[in-house]
Design a protein around this ligand. Structure first.
Ligand code: PLP
Length: 390
């Protein structure tokens, strides 16, 4: 027996583990220096009250004979599936609960869903959230990278792809790491291409709450998307569930490959490998979609947006080219040099930890990601130090 050979294609270390180890070295050589973490995309504000209330109540129920819950249903409790369906109804997207699969994280499902398909080339933008790329490599799937560059506004389109081939197309909008969002017309073009070529789109909508421009919050708003697009959403970046873990995958009944239902294949796969999300967490997610819950996390999203505005102000003042920060918590800036070198110089001079663009793909060389998930105090300090550094 040997280890799956596809591991040889992966970098030795996951990007964020590499950053953590470099920061640990810096701490050792700079004892007492204050570090300003603008690297990892983890939220920092505590859960808002509607969600903690639901969590506490559901946990207490679990300690009573009547309120105890064992294994959750594979696809999620009906109360949460209904709440997700009504969240989508605001966009004019009609879903039946059986098309919604509750999960413990978008990363879990994005990393796993490729295994239900045979063949197909993965289409990924470069730079990209590493999970899309690395899980495609692990699955042994051929990959086509579309460079997201200043020239195409960091929004690659399918122009160079053949309509004679069918692809597994990963799209993420608003995007991590570039922070830019596709327009509705561009998403419609992707859907039209997928339909013409018999491809399937996997749409990562984790940052939809940050979209401030007009445009689709969901790929399912595009005409015909219900026949060719799977959407993955998460409670992580809006309601702050990165530590609680809850997400959902939407697979319409109308997606067929070779006459077979993709929804049924995903349902069957989940029944083999997944045992559901806990009752208290699903209750908290339900609360996050209540009117009060939405209002509470919108305030948090606005807080991170204001942080992004503060960082963007420094870049604008210094004339540094950048995108993002408007429809997403991330800013993607041109650092004008090797991005790991910029990472080290910035850390040494200011204690700011960002993410080297090249860690998200070759096309990210010369670019750098800053995250606005942090306290106002951290952002203000970082803005000041960054201003002096640049
Ligand atoms: N998708 C993107 C684009 C992300 O940036 C992240 C986390 O950073 C995730 C998915 C992971 O989401 P979850 O916490 O639901 O696993």
């Amino acid at each position: 027996m040997t280890i799956n050979n596809t591991f040889v294609y992966l970098e030795k270390r996951y990007l964020f583990s590499e950053i953590a180890s470099r920061v640990a070295e810096y701490r050792k050589s700079h004892p007492g220096a204050e570090i300003l973490p603008l690297g990892i995309g983890d939220v920092t504000l505590p859960l808002a009250e509607p969600m903690t209330r639901a969590l506490v109540k559901a946990s207490a129920e679990m300690g009573t004979p009547k309120g105890f819950h064992g294994y959750a249903p594979d696809g999620g409790y009906p109360f949460l599936r209904r709440a997700i369906a009504s969240y989508y109804a605001r966009l004019g997207v009609s879903l039946s609960p059986e098309e919604i699969f509750v999960s413990d994280g978008a990363k879990t499902d994005l990393g796993a869903i490729g295994e239900i398909f045979e063949g197909g080339t993965a289409v990924l933008s470069d730079p990209i959230y590493p999970v899309f790329y690395e899980s495609s490599l692990l699955a042994g799937r051929p990959v086509v990278l579309l460079a997201a560059t200043e020239k195409n506004g960091y929004r690659p389109m399918p122009d160079a792809l053949s309509e004679k081939e069918s692809y597994l197309i990963y799209l993420c909008s608003p995007n991590n790491p570039t922070g830019v969002a596709y327009s509705s017309a561009e998403l419609q073009q992707w859907v039209d291409f997928a339909r013409r070529s018999g491809s399937l789109i996997l749409f990562d909508a984790c940052y939809e709450a940050y979209l401030s421009s007009d445009g689709f919050h969901s790929i399912l708003e595009a005409d015909g998307a219900e026949t060719c697009a799977v959407e993955i959403g998460s409670f992580s970046k809006n309601a702050g569930f990165t530590g609680l873990r809850c997400s959902y995958t939407i697979v319409s009944n109308r997606i067929l490959l070779d006459g077979r239902s993709v929804r049924e294949a995903w349902a069957r796969r989940q029944s083999v490998k997944f045992n559901g999300v806990s009752y208290p967490v699903e209750r908290a997610a339900e609360a996050a979609l209540s009117r009060e819950g939405i209002a509470s996390w919108r305030k948090q999203v606005d807080y991170y947006r204001e942080n992004a505005r503060i960082l963007a102000g420094v870049l604008t003042e210094k004339g540094i080219p950048f995108v993002g920060g408007k429809d997403s918590p991330y800013l993607w800036l041109s650092c004008g040099k090797d991005s790991w070198q910029f990472f080290s110089e910035l850390l040494d001079a200011t204690g700011i930890v960002g993410t080297p663009g090249v860690g998200f793909g070759k096309a990210g060389e010369g670019l750098f990601r800053l995250s606005s998930f942090g306290s106002r105090e951290t952002m203000e300090k970082a803005a000041e130090r960054f201003y002096t550094f640049l």
